[in-house]
Design a protein around this ligand. Structure first.
Ligand code: C3H
Length: 496
């Protein structure tokens, strides 16, 4: 996109109207708020829906299967961002991608709201994976479009947007989780209604608030390219259909082999991304050096998300099976624990923003912040090991341990996640800047692909070894990263 077009887009967005930010941020904040409300509301009860007995309203699948499904589901949701980003950049533009994505997500939740069987559940998964791939990276990239390059409000705009994500993530488990005891399907219906409200809000305010932002196709396909690409997509789809048609009856494509495949893809896709960027003639020598610096940061992000995302799988199961849910005269729903992370984010994000500004030049470098991020993640797992160590793993533990673990991981999230988003855009080669948002989300995709395998080792009996090993690996990685930090910073060539 030329500077002229960029300027025209920014001029078309009313530059004030939402806490001193462009009015478009209101539309994007609430679109993402409702999308995350529906996604995290659904996820807060999904794991229980999968492994609760049929007589309790669940699908009655084994708990290990439920935990693996949650992880590959999360991995695919972030992996599909590559497709969503590509479709927006080359075919329909971001606004349309957000709209179509919202429709697919809503249909996905409706499929879950209909009492049915495992098939409806898998149909819903496909709809939500594709829908989120269309909506999530694109809504984030429109946030970037509504500010000019020099606008000082840009970073704080992203922080407000991150708070919108976590406001949705905070309220959803409380509301949807409370409905779980009445009926899982009622909970999923509320998630569908949430996405519907988000869509109505998006459609009715976008013209006035977003102007031209997200209406253009950044790099449209030429007629020749169209022919080639559509043929390739057709052949690709055919190959996948054939592989599935052969794989299932021959027993080669099972749930386990599919889980392994997603895990491999989660690691392979970022490697391909890095190699293509590194070898591209469009990448300059300075950008190559920055790419080298980005690799250890990406690996640290994978380690961080692997632990953070287990907050909604392993720790959700821990809340359900290992925690006293009668507390101070109140009966806690295990799903409510999912609200702790976003609650702590909402409270602590402004504190961290203030801290970085206050420290100014004395604040830790990007690699050191990442090192702190995985240090806290590791500690959050070591903390949850303590009650098992002292009281054994066959009695229920105080919910305070979980609260503490969720608090510690959030300290890490605030050192790593917002910093990672901004570092990604700064370290990316210019020719690949449009795809960087998808690349960042791939760190979470890889992490959840790995988690799909890791969670198989978790049982209340193996709990201490499980938390101890993963927490220990994170702490060792954190120390290595801390020692390498000066070298990594030097490779960043002036980026702070
Ligand atoms: O969703 C995103 O884009 C980024 N993730 C976050 O902002 C997380 N802090 C959300 S917390 C969590 C994943 C969902 C809460 O409903 C729970 C982690 C235990």
């Amino acid at each position: 996109m030329s500077n002229f077009n960029k300027q025209k887009i920014v001029e078309s967005v009313p530059q004030k109207g939402f806490f001193g930010h462009p009015k478009g941020l209101f539309t994007l904040f609430f679109t993402e708020f409702w999308e995350r409300f529906s996604y995290y509301g659904m996820r807060a009860i999904l794991v229980f829906y999968i492994y609760y007995e049929v007589s309790e309203g669940g699908l009655g699948l084994p708990e290990t299967t439920a935990l693996s499904i949650m992880s590959i589901y999360g991995s695919l949701v972030y992996m599909s961002g590559i497709i969503g980003g590509w479709l927006a950049d080359r075919i329909f533009g971001t606004q349309k991608a957000i709209f179509y994505g919202g429709i697919l997500i809503m249909l996905g939740h409706i499929a879950l709201a209909i009492p049915g069987n495992v098939s409806l559940f898998f149909i819903s998964m496909v709809l939500i994976i594709l829908g989120t791939g269309l909506l999530k990276p694109n809504v984030s990239s429109v946030v970037g479009d509504i500010y000019s390059e020099e606008d000082q409000r840009r970073d704080s705009g992203f922080s407000i947007f991150y708070m919108g994500i976590n406001l949705g993530g905070f309220l959803a488990p409380l509301i949807v989780g409370a409905l779980m005891d009445t009926s899982f399907h009622l909970g999923f219906a509320v998630a569908a209604v949430g996405m519907f409200i988000g869509l109505v809000q998006f459609v009715t305010t976008r013209k006035k608030n977003l102007g031209l932002a997200g209406t253009y196709v950044a790099n449209p396909l030429s007629p020749d390219e169209k022919k080639k690409v559509y043929t390739q997509i057709g052949i690709g789809t055919l190959v996948v259909v054939l592989l599935v048609a052969i794989g299932i009856p021959t027993g080669l494509l099972t749930f386990d082999s599919f889980t392994i495949l997603v895990g491999i893809l989660g690691i392979l896709i970022p490697i391909v991304y890095f190699t293509v960027m590194y070898r591209s003639p469009k990448t300059t020598a300075v950008e190559r050096s920055r790419l080298i610096a980005y690799i250890p940061l990406f690996i640290a992000a994978v380690m961080f998300w692997a632990i953070q995302e287990q907050g909604s799988t392993i720790l959700a199961s821990y809340a359900d099976k290992r925690t006293q849910l009668e507390f101070l005269g109140i009966t806690l729903s295990p799903a409510w624990f999912q609200s702790l992370n976003p609650l702590f984010i909402i409270i602590l994000a402004p504190v961290f923003a203030w801290l970085w500004v206050k420290l100014g030049d004395r604040q830790p470098s990007v690699p050191k912040k990442f090192s702190l991020g995985i240090l806290f993640a590791g500690l959050s797992f070591l903390v949850i090991l303590i009650p098992g160590y002292f009281a054994g793993t066959d009695s229920l533990v105080s919910p305070i341990w979980l609260v503490l673990s969720y608090l510690i991981v959030v300290l890490g999230e605030l050192c790593l996640s917002p910093v990672g988003l901004s570092a990604t855009t700064k370290l990316a080669p210019e020719a690949f800047s449009a795809q960087t948002m998808s690349l960042w989300f791939l760190s979470s995709s890889a992490a959840q692909g790995i988690n799909a395998q890791l969670v198989k080792f978790y049982t209340p009996e193996t709990e201490m070894a499980y938390f101890g090993t993963i927490g220990g690996v994170a702490i060792v990685l954190s120390i290595i990263l801390f020692l390498l930090a000066p070298k990594i910073s030097a490779h960043m060539k002036g980026i702070k």
